[in-house]
Design a protein around this ligand. Structure first.
Ligand SMILES: Nc1ncnc2c1ncn2[C@@H]1O[C@H](COP(=O)(O)OP(=O)(O)OP(=O)(O)O)[C@@H](O)[C@H]1O
Length: 616
């Protein structure tokens, strides 16, 4: 007994009749069996020439519609090779008990020409077969006519419900109403798009390019002969992120360098900021790093850890941060003079002016970060254009946090004082960005004039507030009162950005699933080691898979030109993955035979062929 047998196939092989072919002589079979089965000619041609000449199969009366067929053949363990040559086509029990099954009609008198998406196969399958109904197709009608709910592919078995027992949750006096839940067939949501919109199946080129550039940066090769340590404290493959030649600015009293490195434990990339020739006097200086490593904020480059090392041959302090590939400092992006470019035939200097809306976005993001730091009882201590990173479009993050806390540990500065300094540094940063000038305080009057000329009075007021004298009411929270409704504009922008990204993500939603399916195809079709094993490639499951592959990918139009239609491919693959009951006609390459099979059957053929492969 095949307890776990798959339902038997309704695949019917239709072979072009030859003129000399003998009348269909049924295989010897018992009289009882033959009279119960409907004659295949009735199903295929609508009539049987031999009905009154001794054909032993059942022929329904001519003027009545095709009767409901007897039970399907005994289920077999998998759609077997014989199923392709099944003697009798028995359609599946209908899903709509009120309507009789529609026979498959294939006009073999004029054998189908090369299959094309718009010609015979698809037309037939759409016109003559039940349309797929996601709410009805998976229900099986049992003998007594009652419907058995279909198995929901998304339903978890009860033992995977993590201890949740719905029976115990229901009051014993209350019987909840029973609503038949129809499983949503998510696989079929993707609608075929017109060919001109085929590119909409994938994320937009600009985002793909941006992400690919980041991915490429992560994989950039190491620079040989840099005399960098091979490994330290679990980090290896160091790559400098800034040129080691030319002018070097000091970080306070120290020179610093920045490297990208890979962590051996998680394989991810991090940024190591090294402070050269630093001697740690007290281990407690690292307490601040611990506090910073607990702070996670979208506008702060996360601090991971810090250590001292002699791997660079000196005594260095290293603070480890999250790595944001292709990040730029706002100095590099907006203040550093850009090389002149040819415009309208003339060499012209490029304007670095930041649009007002972008300025507000920066102000809000940085203010937000500062507030998070101040609220957790710390101070940023370095807010400078060379330490604010631009990690995406208009996305800023304060970097290098925690370093000053370690370097200046001995000074024991008052935290309220440091927070006031943060606000002043923030004010200078805003003026600096508005004027594209790294040192705007050298001539404050002129700088404020420039700000007033190019930006709104609100922005100027914010900058003036921040650089004003410290006082008890000068706190970062007050800035948000001044910003007012611009916060809402920023919120709108952020939500729009999320919507845009979700939209982009949606275009790729089906792809991983379809790639898995295509991989199965690749594993099964044209295996060279089984090329001489006809049982593998030319019969049964594999043959159906092969014909289906031709149906999906190798169709030709009336002129015999290849049909390259992505929508057709994706629609077919989606239906295949969902295993719909919709039937299609597969035609052999020599056009001598064709098979009518449902996607459900093709799906089980693929699964069985694939599991056969994996078992070998
Ligand atoms: N967390 C990070 N992720 C990715 N890149 C970073 C990160 N931190 C710094 N960088 C990059 O490393 C480079 C050097 O950083 P650094 O802070 O030294 O800037 P800088 O402009 O060289 O400043 P300074 O002149 O003070 O050295 C910059 O191009 C910056 O974009």
């Amino acid at each position: 007994m095949a307890f776990f047998a798959r339902p038997s196939s309704s695949a019917v092989k239709i072979v072009a009749p030859s003129v000399t072919s003998p009348p269909p002589s049924p295989k010897p079979t018992s009289k009882r069996d033959a009279t119960q089965r409907q004659c295949r000619n009735i199903l295929i041609y609508g009539s049987c020439k031999y009905q009154d000449k001794g054909c032993i199969y059942y022929h329904p009366p001519r003027d009545t519609p095709s009767p409901v067929l007897p039970e399907s053949p005994v289920p077999s363990a998998a759609l077997p090779a014989q199923a392709v040559n099944a003697p009798v086509f028995v359609p599946k029990t209908p899903h709509y008990p009120t309507s009789p099954p529609t026979p498959v009609i294939v006009p073999l008198q004029s054998p189908p020409s090369s299959p094309s998406p718009s010609s015979a196969p698809s037309d037939l399958s759409y016109e003559h077969h039940e349309p797929f109904n996601p709410f009805a197709s998976d229900d099986e009608v049992v003998n007594d006519g009652s419907k058995v709910p279909a198995v929901n592919p998304y339903e978890l078995p009860s033992d995977s419900m993590l201890g949740y027992d719905p029976a115990n949750m229901v009051d014993s006096f209350y019987t909840p109403p029973y609503y038949a839940q129809q499983p949503l067939n998510y696989h079929l949501y993707t609608q075929a798009r017109p060919e001109v919109l085929a590119h909409k199946y994938f994320i937009s080129d600009s985002i793909r390019e941006e992400l690919q550039r980041r991915s490429e940066t992560i994989r950039t090769a190491l620079v040989p002969d840099m005399m960098l340590p091979e490994e330290m404290q679990g980090y290896h493959s160091l790559v400098p992120l800034e040129p080691s030649t030319g002018d070097r600015r000091k970080f306070g009293n120290w020179y610093s360098s920045v490297y990208r490195a890979t962590n051996s434990a998680d394989g991810l990339q991090y940024v190591l900021r090294r402070i050269e020739n630093f001697r740690l006097m007290q281990q407690t200086a690292f307490t601040a790093i611990e506090n910073w490593s607990r702070l996670r904020h979208p506008n702060i480059v996360s601090v991971q850890e810090a250590f001292t090392t002699r791997a660079f041959t000196d005594s260095s302090l290293v603070v480890v941060y999250d790595y944001h590939p292709n990040a730029q400092t706002v100095y590099e992006a907006h203040i550093k003079p850009k090389a002149p470019q040819f415009q309208n035939g003339r060499l012209q200097t490029q304007s670095n002016r930041i649009p007002e809306q972008t300025m507000w976005s920066y102000v809000i993001q940085i203010a937000n970060a500062i507030k998070a730091v101040h609220d957790s009882g710390m101070a940023v201590r370095i807010i400078d254009p060379t330490k604010i990173l631009l990690t995406g479009k208009n996305r800023v993050r304060i970097g290098s946090c925690g370093v000053v806390d370690v370097l200046m540990y001995e000074s024991h500065a008052d935290i309220a004082f440091l927070q006031q300094e943060d606000l002043a540094m923030f004010g200078k940063l805003i003026i600096s960005l508005c004027c594209n000038n790294p040192a705007p305080m050298n001539n404050l009057v002129k700088s404020m004039e420039t700000v007033g000329r190019h930006y709104s009075s609100d922005l100027k007021s914010v900058a003036l507030f921040l650089i004003s004298k410290p006082g008890p009411h000068k706190i970062i929270g007050q800035l948000f009162d001044m910003i007012g409704s611009r916060l809402l504009t920023e919120m709108d922008e952020m939500q729009n950005a999320v919507d845009r990204l979700e939209g982009e993500l949606l275009t790729e939603l089906e792809n991983a699933r379809l790639v898995r399916l295509l991989c199965k195809f690749g594993f099964i079709n044209e295996r060279p080691e089984f090329a001489r094993e006809p049982r593998w490639s030319e019969t049964g499951d594999r043959y159906i898979v092969k014909l289906f592959r031709d149906y999906v990918f190798h169709q030709v139009d009336e002129q015999g030109n290849p049909v390259v239609n992505l929508s057709h491919v994706l629609t077919c693959l989606n239906k295949l993955d969902a295993g719909t009951d919709e039937r299609i006609m597969l035609v052999s390459r020599d056009e001598q035979s064709c098979l009518v099979v449902s996607y459900k059957e093709v799906k089980s053929c693929i699964n069985s062929a694939f599991s056969d492969l994996s078992r070998r």
